[in-house]
Design a protein around this ligand. Structure first.
Ligand code: ADP
Ligand code: MG
Length: 235
């Protein structure tokens, strides 16, 4: 395992349920989880067990009903929305099963969106040359430098996920949160994406939290936890 320090990201007794009309659906009961810097953690569990819910809470895309989330020891789950946006933009990268690329932007533009969001127009334009160089470098690293001008509809699933990985990394995050990143890819392409994630973890000490329902995919991680009945079990 790469170098670690205690608890870069921590969930403390998280509970979350969804309300659907008069019905309450309990999803997470008391989830506690401590993730170290440089760790590659897989979260497994059956479909509907709350994996995406947990990942969204860890990434402050949604708030728990109770419990806490701490990043580098500081509580982040009760921050105002604007501060959570900044936190995500600066420290967290996210990738999803269906890539979530913007269809009207080409590969390079999609990768640059986190940096566009971070700055005013002028602030971005001043740094544009350096940012484009960073984005192209990342696209080279994920093996997509030959598709800079392609729109998402002109890319394969594996290529779209490579673009999404480059986008997640362009702002220099410390943690990558990945929700079923290989879930929509054939096995060989999924393995290639996992190789990229594994080498980012090893070479850059990037912390990775990866959700998957597939134990074979999870085996690539250093540590696997399973969500069962709203709680986390070590595997
Ligand atoms: P997983 O990612 O493990 O498949 P999810 O976290 O997506 O599970 O969902 C857990 C449970 O919560 C499921 O039963 C799902 O139907 C329900 N759920 C998820 N999101 C919502 C929502 N926004 N509103 C109501 N129920 C939801
Ligand atoms: Mg899910």
């Amino acid at each position: 395992m790469a170098r670690t320090t205690p608890s870069q990201l921590e969930a403390i007794r998280l509970a979350k349920s969804y309300r659907k009309g008069p019905v309450t659906i309990p999803v997470l009961q008391a989830v506690s989880l401590s993730i170290c810097r440089g760790e590659f953690l897989a979260i497994v569990g059956q479909s509907g067990s709350g994996k995406s819910t947990l990942l969204h809470l860890l990434g402050t895309l949604d708030a728990p009903d109770c419990g806490e989330i701490r990043f580098r020891g500081h509580r982040i789950d009760r921050l105002p929305a604007a501060e959570r946006d900044v936190l995500r933009n600066r420290h967290f990268g996210m990738i999803f099963q269906f890539y979530h690329l913007l269809p009207e932007l080409n590969t390079l533009e999609n990768v640059l969106t986190p940096l566009l969001i971070r700055h005013s127009v002028w602030g971005y334009l001043r740094r544009r040359r350096a940012y484009r160089a960073t984005a192209v470098q990342l696209l080279e690293k994920v093996g997509l430098a030959h598709r800079l001008k392609h729109k998402p509809r002109e890319l394969s699933g594996g290529e779209m996920q490579r673009a999404a990985i480059a986008r997640a990394l362009v702002a220099g995050p410390e943690i990558l949160l990945a929700d079923e990143p290989t879930g929509n890819l054939d096995q060989a392409t999924g393995q290639e994406i996992l190789e990229i994630l594994g080498s980012l973890n090893q070479q850059q000490n990037l912390t990775i939290v990866m959700v998957t329902h597939d134990p074979a995919i999870a085996a690539r991680a250093h540590r696997v936890v399973r969500l069962v009945d709203g709680r986390v079990e070590n595997v």
